[in-house]
Design a protein around this ligand. Structure first.
Ligand code: PLP
Length: 389
């Protein structure tokens, strides 16, 4: 029978995952994303695992902007950008993103996965080299794989090794250094001051994926460069609209007008895949406006991060120091991390356990993510559950 081999090996893989306690079970929400969410399986729980860092996913103005756009532009773009899928709202959003992060221009995609995948294969020539942090997000890794340039890695945030790689590849027409701004599984920040300095000294292009930094870091929430006082100093920023900025979907590349124009002309996800829906563009645009108008949200997020970290440490959990809103608690064994996360859910707190292959074998963890939307009582409830754990 056709497909017998596939069926057998897939059944074995799924059975192994179940036997090893590594099988992922999807939970279904019946409420909007917020500090408290209703799940079909566990009822109402405090949510400490969404990327809704600023609590904008159900912000009335962000929702209303999407609804207005639905009335005005309809349900879909029904086209890629260069044919007939570019609406005036795309132009407005792209100008707003560029102004917010301090670049000349930006281009949106339906996700940051797409934005990352679009970038390196388009901008890096076969003779170039891409130098990538070993803990970069999967979408950057795939982008590197798709690019024709040679790819080399450096050990996580090891600036000595990065420098050596830059020197080793000095003869290349262009060198692209690629890093996450905030590392999504560790919660630590890229060493941006050193990265900027090294790239300047070696005439390399610096690309920072700031998906977990945008809206989170810096007093004005403009991301990792804002945190380090380096706005305008990074050559290329990518980021998502699917986390702090409304949480729906969408991503962007923000850079020079020249680079953005090249992406419009040549990047495959833009040429061959539909444009960002107008509803999402409108909500994300309003989310940026809210971040500008309500700086207290970013402040509340920073305060909540400090309270949650201090509370977890008081309970004896080992949580690294970092200004990001990602607080990983190292567990080690994948099955144990997943079991602990299930126990927390039963106690009314949603924290996800991450294991192999999302993180290396033996480094499974619970990843706590903090939101500005969490009230004091939600944090207290969460810490009580951790105390029982
Ligand atoms: C660092 C990083 N880059 C890119 C992405 C992908 O973003 P999106 O959901 O918009 O595709 C994520 C999402 O998990 C991420 O953490």
């Amino acid at each position: 029978m056709p497909g017998k081999t596939f069926d057998a090996r897939t059944d074995k893989l799924l059975a192994d995952l179940r036997a090893g306690g590594q099988y992922k079970v999807l939970q279904h929400l019946t409420s909007p994303m917020g500090p408290l969410v209703r799940t079909e399986e566990y009822g109402e729980v405090v949510c400490l695992c969404s990327n809704n860092y600023l609590g904008l996913a159900d912000h009335p103005e962000v929702v209303a902007a999407g609804q207005d756009a639905l009335d005005r532009y309809g349900a879909g773009t029904a086209s890629v950008r260069f044919i007939c899928g570019t609406f005036d709202i795309h132009r407005r959003l792209e100008r707003d993103i560029a102004a917010f992060v301090g670049t000349e221009a930006s281009l949106t995609y339906v996700s940051c996965w797409n934005a990352n995948e679009a970038l390196l294969p388009t901008v890096a020539a076969p003779e170039d080299v891409i130098i990538s942090d070993e803990l970069n997000h999967a979408s950057i890794i795939d982008s590197c794989r798709l690019a024709k340039a040679e790819r080399v890695r450096y050990a996580h945030s090891d600036m000595g090794e990065l420098k050596a790689r830059l020197v080793e590849h000095a003869g290349r027409p262009a060198r692209w250094v690629v890093t996450d701004g905030v590392f999504s599984m560790e919660g630590d920040l890229a060493k941006l001051p050193e990265l900027v300095k090294l790239c300047r000294e070696h005439d390399a292009m610096l690309v920072v994926d700031d998906s977990h930094g945008i809206g989170v870091l810096g007093e004005t929430g403009r991301g990792t460069p804002d945190h380090f006082g380096l706005l305008g100093e990074v050559d290329v920023l990518t980021g998502t609209l699917g986390k702090s900025l409304g949480g729906a979907a969408g991503g962007y590349v923000a850079a020079s007008s020249r680079l953005v124009d090249l992406l419009v002309q040549r990047s495959r996800p833009s040429l061959f895949s539909n444009a960002l829906p107008a509803t999402v563009a409108a909500s994300a645009g309003r989310a940026i406006q809210v971040v500008r108008d309500e700086p207290q949200r970013v402040k509340r997020l920073h305060d909540n991060v400090a309270v949650v970290r201090a509370g977890l440490r008081k309970l004896g959990f080992d949580v690294i120091e970092s200004p990001s809103a990602i607080l990983p608690i190292m567990i080690g064994d994948t099955a144990e991390a997943i079991a602990k996360s299930r126990r927390l859910l039963k106690l009314g707190v949603w924290v996800v356990g991450f294991g192999y292959p999302v993180v290396p074998q033996g480094q499974a963890r619970l990843r706590v993510q903090v939101s500005a939307a969490l009230e004091d009582e939600h944090i207290a409830r969460a810490l009580e559950a951790f105390a029982k754990l």
